[in-house]
Design a protein around this ligand. Structure first.
Ligand SMILES: Cc1cc2nc3c(=O)[nH]c(=O)nc-3n(C[C@H](O)[C@H](O)[C@H](O)COP(=O)(O)O)c2cc1C
Ligand code: SF4
Ligand code: SF4
Length: 281
């Protein structure tokens, strides 16, 4: 079977999750291919037996470039498709982010068979400890063999979503309109060394280097890739300044113990793993 994956990822979590799931499928003899979604990424999808769409949850929704990409897909007849999302919190509200992509795909003739959800460290609001990042990654890895088998056997499984989640998600969809406006007000400080890393990581091609300094355009999707990746921590993300997270997680620190307490909410990290090692469905 050939599985084609297209993903949107600001800070690498979703890309890592998609690559890991495809890796499992390859181990059992399937052929896979992977590519990014973004303003300058190709919109064509090569012929396949199954499509996997990866995205990070943004404000209980799917990021707008993903919806745009799905709308650009050609019509098909019952092509099996799975969604894979990552989020920073194990909240049920996040499940509502699947509603719009499922609706678009169904209209185009795709058969959405199921939705995978992995909780991976936050790239906005607060920084998890590296130990927690490592444990989240382990939690994901424990589930991958089963999840790959679901795809291999074309298993159908539903994620239920209540009215409150739908309402919260709908209310937060304002992010799609607000982000391009907020993104235009991102600024850099004098510590910027003009390395161009922010422009290189931006999936929207929204950053142009002008006279050695980044200039932010009108296509920001709020993925925080630029802010997270800047080696100088030189980007002020306008309204998101107090929620800024800068610097990559290592993922190979000793995994957090059940008793480790989150620096942000002062609750034990165990709440992330209320159902087995992770959000097992
Ligand atoms: C603008 C924005 C909004 C987010 N909203 C949510 C959210 O509603 N729920 C959640 O659990 N995580 C949220 N997150 C966290 C990301 O979903 C999470 O860190 C994800 O794994 C990032 O994936 P990426 O590295 O592929 O971009 C948000 C992140 C950003 C940047
Ligand atoms: S990544 Fe940071 S230091 Fe490099 S150009 Fe962008 S803002 Fe400047
Ligand atoms: S400008 Fe920054 S936050 Fe906006 S889409 Fe590009 S990398 Fe993401």
């Amino acid at each position: 079977m050939k599985i084609v994956c297209r993903y949107f990822s600001g800070t690498g979590n979703t890309r890592r999750a998609c690559e890991a799931l495809l890796g499992e499928l390859e181990k059992s003899g399937h052929t896979t291919s992977i590519g990014a979604i973004g303003k300058n990424a190709p919109s064509e999808v090569e012929p396949c037996d199954c499509l996997l769409i990866g995205y990070p949850v943004h404000g209980f929704n799917t990021p707008s470039p993903v919806l745009k990409f799905l709308k650009s897909l050609p019509k098909t007849e019952h092509l099996p498709c799975y969604l894979l999302r990552t989020s920073g919190e194990p909240l049920k509200f996040n499940d509502a982010s699947g509603i719009t992509p499922k609706r678009i795909l169904k209209k185009k003739g795709y058969d959405v068979m199921g939705e995978f959800h992995y909780v991976l460290p936050y790239n906005i609001i607060f920084r998890h400890s590296d130990g927690m990042a490592a444990r989240m990654k382990l939690g994901m890895e424990l589930r991958l063999p089963d999840d790959a088998q679901k795809i291999a056997h074309m298993q159908r499984f539903r994620v239920k979503c209540g009215p409150l989640s739908r309402f919260v998600s709908l209310a937060c969809r304002i992010e799609h309109t607000a982000m391009p406006l907020i993104g235009r007000h991102f600024k850099t400080t004098e510590t910027c060394v003009g390395c161009g890393k922010c422009a290189a990581v931006c999936p929207q091609g929204n950053i142009r280097m002008t006279d050695g300094k980044p200039k932010f355009g009108k296509s920001c999707a709020g993925c925080m890739g630029c802010v997270f990746s800047c080696p100088q921590d030189a980007i002020h993300p306008a309204l998101f300044e107090s929620w800024k997270v800068n610097g990559a997680y290592t993922f190979d620190a000793p995994p957090a113990t059940d008793g480790e307490v989150c620096r942000y909410c002062n609750k034990a990290y165990l709440r992330y793993f209320h159902d087995g090692e992770s959000m097992k469905r």
